[in-house]
Design a protein around this ligand. Sequence first.
Ligand code: C2E
Ligand code: CA
Ligand code: CA
Length: 710
Amino acid sequence: MLKDQDKKQQPVVLVVDDDMSVRLLICESLEQAGLTVKEAENGVKALSVFEQVKPDLVLLDVNMPKMDGFDTCTRLRQLPGGDDVAIVIVTGLDDVKSIRRAYEAGATDFITKPVNWPILNHRVRYMLRSIDALRALHRSEARLSQAQSIARLGNWERDIFSNKLYWSDEIYQIFGLEPQTFDATYEAFLRAVHQEDQTYVINAVDRALHKNKQYSIDYRIILPDGTERAVHEQGQAVFDETGKAIGMHGIVQDISKRKKAEARIRFLAYYDILTGLPNRQLFKEHTDRAISTAQRNGTKVAVIFLDLDHFKRINDTLGHNAGDKLLKKISKNLMVGIRAADIVARTETGKQSMTSLSRLGGDEFTILLTGLSEAEHAAVVAKRIIEHVSLPVKIDGQELYVTGSVGIAVYPEDGEDTDTLLKNADAAMYYAKEADRNNFQFYAKHMNASTLARLDMEAKLKKALEQNELVLYYQPQVEMQTDRIVGLEALIRWQHPEMGLVSPAEFIPVAEETGLIVPIGKWVLKTACAQVLVWHRAGFIPLRIGVNVSGRQFRQQDFVQSVKQILDTTCLDPRYLEIELTESIIMHDVEKAIAALCELKEAGLHLSVDDFGTGYSSMNYLKRFPLDTLKIDYSFVKDITTDSNDAAIVKATIALAKNLDLATIAEGVETEEQLTFLREQGCDQIQGYLISRPMPAEQVEELLLRHNTG
Ligand code: C2E
Ligand code: CA
Ligand code: CA
């Protein structure tokens, strides 16, 4: 923004003289030259006119009544704007004394009487030009100082011989010092520099003085009130013709704000905001460094991977806010546990070890152990971590108990770089989770391939469920006596866009491990019930549908409830639904299984034991289960005509079933010979390729028509 003085105006000259005729002559002459002229007849008047018109130049007579020219000049200089104007004193010819006094009083120049008019004009113009230049200089100085103050930057000079410093105002402000009280020597400056940075500054200055090296350095200063500030300084030495340093000059800038911003950026890049712990990036850098050190020293490094158990469930039920609080508290507990373990490790090994905790994201943490001599020491820390994670945590007045699963990978045996160690510790953690959670596992080579495949499969399977890639096939079950199809077993298939038809033997175990079996199982039940109802409505009553239920699915708290609900919504009569459970499932927790089975039985469902003969059923228990059918496993049926052992087992099973008043169905029947054998033994039903392979629903109706009416 331009100030008033920046605008180009016609210059104003103030003529002060008690002699009216002189004033008149001067006015006449200057106005002709295109200048604006104001008059005053004495010094006192001159002061007031000056304030009004702000002249650029004052012509001042020496001899005036009341106040002479010298006094007037002194007073004018003291007025606002008075130092920014040319004052020319008009003295008597050759009055040397007056000339000296005029300069002492602050005059810019003098002219002598009698006035030479043509010369006066030129003198005045010259004066006006120089006052213009002076004003421009003042303005640019003001701008510079304003700019310096905005930039928090000041300039300095140092005279080597007097050992004096010149500092601009801004440097005083940056250092929080007063020009009056500051000693303004190099030594006094050094005292204001942070103790730890002094040598650094001295070296830079010495290099500038002795080696003519410019410098550009950042250092810290301490203000008189104790606050710390970061400054940036650039400086260089000045030399005389002989090459001797005579001075220095440079700038100092306050960079505290920038440093703070940089620190914040560093924090965001390397730390986790929620817990304040190092993040994945910093963890990686630490581990990289630890590996290099371990390589040199022949020590070991352990990466411990911790994942909280069921954290997602807590987050889902209590909300993210509570989840965040929980993570914070657990981080604190972990810190305590790790510090304790650290001390133990250090005193036990006598070696310099380091432990650091990081949060990788979500509910995943890593602990880095360095300077280990034995991998087993990592187990001590892992145990402590598990203990400290499971300390009760109070969130919003509610006490929570969390557990964690831990995997450990050790350099060099389990990986030679950070990524491999992390990946393997993760795989080991996965195994810890599988093995009941709340424990730790050391990495073992076999873990990786299977873990990766499983993780891959898990991701794909999730998508399959969302994108309807799952379908049910149906395999008919035929009653021996009537040779009619009385039931169908629903068998799941996964139609993957790239992998093609995936066998349940491949993906059901993964679904089990990951818990995906629960939504998948519900989908199977719903789809199968709805489908059999369609066939009923087409006239194929009393067709029964068999559905396989896996262990994890069966053990769900609400399993029975969800089956009932599906029957309700599909409106299928429960007696047409058969649940197939393996021996191992019902033997897992016998009492619970009996209770659930009884409830299902009461609701009217059919229950069958799948793969019978492969597990270890206790006859005593078998009697207590409310079962309807035993399914003789395919592995026995396969060889009944060639292997007398298998034949004996099948015979015995059928006899046992009769004894328990249970029906029998043989699965995997492929040949007429097998069929004949089974018929002779009194097996009730058969299922297998001999009748039909499992097929899509569209083909079932045709088969039913052909088989049951033919
Ligand atoms: P499973 O319950 O023992 O099912 C019988 C398996 O034997 C089926 O294999 C079927 O296709 C096959 N099979 C039938 N007849 C013959 C035959 O004559 N010869 C031979 N060699 N095999 C025959 P699939 O469909 O591959 O299913 C494998 C297993 O996957 C099933 O064994 C069952 O345990 C599981 N499964 C299938 N669908 C589901 C489901 O919806 N839920 C659950 N939880 N498990 C399922
Ligand atoms: Ca089955
Ligand atoms: Ca089976």
